[in-house]
Every structure is written in C-alpha cells, then in structure tokens.
Write a protein that binds this ligand. Structure first.
Ligand code: NAD
Length: 383
C-alpha cells in the first residue's frame, strides 16, 4: 500500500506527520512512503533524510493525494483553507489519519464525510492503557506543558530558583498551575526542576496524588467533586455558578503567585474562564500568566490568542500551536503515535478496520460518505 504525506499548510505549522526513524516499521507493514518535497523542513528533516530512509520524495502534492491509499496529516483537510481542496483530489476509497479537531469543527467534518474518505481523528483516541502509544493528545500536551514553563521563565522578571549569594538572597518563584492533566503535570515537573515553589489545582479530586508525586502542593479549594470527572477521565463542564465559586476560592492563591500557568480544558467545549481581570490586577507587576487554553477561548479573561498582553505590568501570554514550537520532538512523538496506530489498522499489508476494537471505533469519524463517530454526531446535534 502507498502511504502519502503532504506538507502541512496551516500558517506557522512546523510539524510533519512522519519521521524517518519509523520507516523500518512502515516497511514491515508493507507500506511504500511518498512524501511531498519540503514536508519535513519545519522540523529540520531534509528530503534527503527521507530518501535515505526509503521514501520517494515527490514535488507534486496532487500526485501524492491522487495515488496514496493512506494519507497521514498533522492537521487534516480543512484545518485551513489551503488544504481543504485535498478532499477533492484524494483517491476514491482513500483513508486519512490525523488531528482533525472534529468536535470543534463540525462543518469541516461534514465536508470530510461528503468526500467519501475514511477518516481517523487521532484526538478521539480512547484514554485506555492499550492506546497510550497512540495518544496524540498526551504527546502534544507533554511538549506543550514543558514549553509553558520555558516561556514563563523567559518572560518572567525574576529567576526561578532560590539563590543565596554574596550579593543577597533571591527568593524562589511561586508558580501556580491550574489544570493538572498531562500538560499541567509536565509543567509541574519542569517548574520544580528549575527550582520554583510549585502549587497546582485541578477540579478532578483524583489528580491530587499525581500532583503531589510530581513534587507540587495540591491546593484544596473544598469544591473538588467526583462529579467533575467523566468516565473517560476528562473533566466535565461545570455550571457558571461552580466556576464563580472556583474563581473566588482561587483569588488568594493567584494574588500570591508570580507565575500562573493555566491548562484547564473541557473536551469539546470552550475553556472555562478561571482567571479574571481583577485577579490579574492583584498580581505583582512583573508577574506572568501563561494561558495554554488560548486556542479554546482562554482560561484568563485578558488572553489574546497568539499575543502577549501587558496589563498593568503583568504579562498574559496566549500560547497557540505550542507543540509546533518544538517541531523535532513533537514530530517524533506524533510519528511514533501514527506508527503504532497504523499497526492497528493494517493487517497483512491491507487496511483492516476492526469495528470490535475500541481504538478503531473511537477514532473512526467518517466512512462511506457518513459520519460514523457517535461522539461527533452528538456534537453536531448540539450545534
Ligand atoms: P485536558 O487537556 O482535557 O484538560 C486539562 C486539565 O484541565 C484536566 O486535568 C482537567 O481536569 C482540568 N480542568 C478542567 N476544568 C478545570 C477547572 N475548572 N479547574 C481546574 N482544572 C480543570 O486533560 P488531559 O490532559 O487530556 O487529561 C485528561 C484525562 O485523561 C486525565 O485524567 C488523564 O490522566 C487521562 N489520561 C489517561 C491516559 C491513559 O492512558 N490511560 C493517557 C492520557 C491521559
């Protein structure tokens, strides 16, 4: 079978869907790889690197799309207007694999369905142990969580660790992390390694132990509830009354923090606003808010996606497409996830869609002109 990879078109996107390290496995699966010229350049992988690994480098995007049985994307067709036309070019019966954000983009996913392709959206991977090696959200959140702290340290007006020097004692930075999922826990460990004094909060009470095992203090607000967790492990959307109470309870912690890193997300919903203008006003000038939820509307009221807002001396950073800022490792992790996933959907050199496998049914979004995913269908009804 032919595996095609085209250059990502989304503005600023530097990741590539597959890397040469995985070609031994692709060969074992019976896949011949065709990659668009320059597809790896953002991640510093040259056409020659791909050629040496055994790929055929092709200058025409259309040629790849017309001939490939499976096309792997970082961001699927419709992520931007430049790659939506891919749907008109893809070979009949083609399969596409990538991140398609189907819950946030129901109109695009309808177009994907209409085109007749079989589409797998990897963000919908079930959070079960067997699927960990294919969990793109965890991979990207790991990179993003690390990056939040590096950006904070770069912008912060003081240093992170405590230093006792002949020129005086410097107190450690106080970092407060809101949302302790994959990104938040990673941010905790990086901030700890830099010597900060780290506190964290999550609405799901089961996270407390994980926060503590990463070396941070878990802030108890007294409002954490088992009802905040979905069976799938994600946080549930809570009422505006709940969020109001949460903001009130967090006021003091935020006021005494130098750096606030927000990572709080609710699957398929706008991110809750947890840090208000009044809270930022009470932070010391020179402090920093890093909002990793900026693309989902932001956890901070003052966030502007992709920008650094200076509000009375406090900088609010609206991070966007953060994994793409670390393209080599983000691409490597993503490609490993793709490789592991292809091992599930390819048997004896042929596409094998086993609908009794939760990994397959969880991620399969469109097939034979229709939307298959129950989760996406539900999201469509709500829009
Ligand atoms: P996410 O990116 O959807 O959300 C980030 C965090 O924000 C979550 O921890 C969530 O509880 C938190 N949050 C939401 N609303 C909040 C609020 N109002 N205040 C504070 N925090 C709030 O989450 P994620 O990182 O993708 O993780 C989701 C779950 O999946 C977690 O339970 C994680 O441990 C689990 N997981 C399991 C596996 C596995 O294999 N088994 C792999 C990865 C993740």
């Amino acid at each position: 079978m032919k595996l095609g990879v085209v250059k990502e078109t989304f503005p600023g996107e530097r990741r590539v869907a597959i890397v040469p390290q995985n070609f031994v496995d692709f060969k074992k699966l019976g896949l011949d790889v065709f990659i668009e010229c320059g597809a790896g350049s953002g991640a510093f992988i040259s056409d020659n690197d791909y050629k040496k690994a055994g790929a055929e480098v092709v200058s025409s995007r259309e040629e790849i799309l017309r001939n490939a049985d499976i096309v792997c994307y970082v961001r699927g067709p419709g992520a931007d207007k430049n790659n939506l036309n891919d749907l008109n070019v893809l070979k009949k019966g083609a399969t596409i694999v990538g991140m398609m954000d189907p819950l946030a983009n129901p109109d695009i996913i309808q177009k994907v369905a209409k085109s007749g392709v079989t589409a797998f959206a990897l963000e919908l991977m079930p959070r079960v142990t067997r699927a960990q090696g294919m969990d793109v959200l965890s991979s990207m959140a790991t990179i993003a969580g690390y990056r939040t702290v590096i950006v904070a340290a770069y912008i912060f007006s003081r240093i992170f660790p405590m230093l006792m020097t002949a020129a005086g004692t410097l107190l450690p930075a106080r970092v407060f992390i809101i949302g302790a999922g994959v990104a938040g826990l990673q941010a905790i460990t990086v901030a700890k390694r830099l010597g900060a004094c780290v506190e964290a909060y999550d609405v799901r009470p089961e996270v407390k132990e994980q926060v503590q095992s990463c070396g941070a203090r878990f802030i108890e607000l007294g409002i954490e509830t088992k009802e905040a967790s979905e069976k799938s492990g994600y946080a549930k959307a809570m009422s505006e009354e709940f969020y109001k109470k949460q903001r009130e309870m967090m006021f003091k912690v935020i006021e005494s923090s130098d750096i606030v890193i927000t990572t709080a997300l609710v699957l398929g919903k706008k991110a809750p606003v947890l840090v208000t203008k009044e809270m930022v006003e009470r932070m010391k000038p020179g402090s920093v808010v890093i909002d990793l939820a900026a693309e989902r509307g932001g956890n901070c009221e003052l966030t502007s996606p992709g920008e650094i807002v200076d509000y009375k001396g406090v900088k609010i950073v609206g991070l966007i497409n953060t994994p793409s800022d670390i393209p080599i490792h983000a691409s490597l992790m993503y490609s490993n996830n793709i490789k592991n996933f292809l091992k599930i959907i390819i048997k004896d050199g042929q596409l094998y869609i086993d609908k009794s496998d939760e990994i397959v049914t969880g991620t399969l979004v469109t097939q034979n002109g229709e939307i298959i995913s129950e989760m996406v269908k539900k999201a469509l009804v709500k829009t």
